[in-house]
Ligand binder design. Sequence first.
Ligand code: PLP
Ligand code: COI
Length: 340
Amino acid sequence: MEKEFNWKELGFNYLKADFNFISHYKDGQWDEGNLVEDDKITISQGSTCLHYGQQCFEGLKAYTHKDGTVCLFRPDQNAKRLNESCRRVLMPEVPVEFFLDACRRIVKANKRLIPPYGSGATLYLRPYVIGVGDNVGVRPASEYIFGIFVTPVGPYFKGGMAPVNFITSDYDRAAPMGTGAAKVGGNYAGSLLPHAEAVKAGFADCIYLDPATHTKIEEVGAANFFGITKDGTFVTPKSPSILPSITKRSLLYLAEHNLGMKVEERDVLIDNLGEFAEAGACGTAAVITPIGAIQHKENKHVFHSETEVGPVTRKLYETLLGIQAGDIEAPEGWIFNVEI
Ligand code: PLP
Ligand code: COI
């Protein structure tokens, strides 16, 4: 199995899996779902997901532990957030147990693609809900698909656990009372141009500021922001227009309970980055990516270093990954076993 892939070389790319999970919603209910080999779906050209962005998605990972067991990290939290997104764009919810069962089924069916312990790669699961069926007016669909595909992945940002630089964007990712807290595709469509401009300017991605005042950090591309103050407090932005990251919530817990740090969710002013000794981006795909520097207008602020990972960021990374890989005892209810 290990010979088939060069796990260490994997980036964050799509690779056709052996099986995909598909469930249809019609007449007010989800069918039990099927594992299918075909990774193409046929939908009406009038589908609301194509025209009006009526869709949402999730991202989570399966990890192989040292003893060979395969586990999902907090998938119940993804189920909960998927349903929050569904409610925001008027789609039917996916029952949590159904979601968890579908995740287990698809991981088991794609056993061949699960990276081994210690490889640095994981199996990424991408659940989604889309509005389908014939339609043309702006209204919610009458039919839906809940699907999951999987693909083995390595680091999202090149270099993995190495500092990268970001630049603030003049564009907004979300509106104050918009859909920023939901994981809906429209948020990402709007991010493509700012992302491309940031990359063109030589940065890994852009940082979005709060849409109302452009003075506070909201998101780091498709990840949340955290900073470590000079007196060792873990700080992360609080705002109704950022995606409530499961990784961020996990780090808040681990910083406080495992590392004995003070933690704060509050405003992070872009003009006060000097309060932080270290900073990072966190998310399922990004894991923990140290931020070397942030460019804001003419000012470039360097945190710990543009080449070296700060000590607290490293400790957070080791703790989080240790838990996900099963090497450190997890808080109750965080690890879901998959019978392979
Ligand atoms: N922010 C955005 C915009 C994201 O797309 C993601 C990825 O899911 C995150 C933050 C991190 O969230 P999580 O830790 O739940 O993956
Ligand atoms: C994730 O971290 O799972 C994401 O969804 C971020 C990005 C790849 C969209």
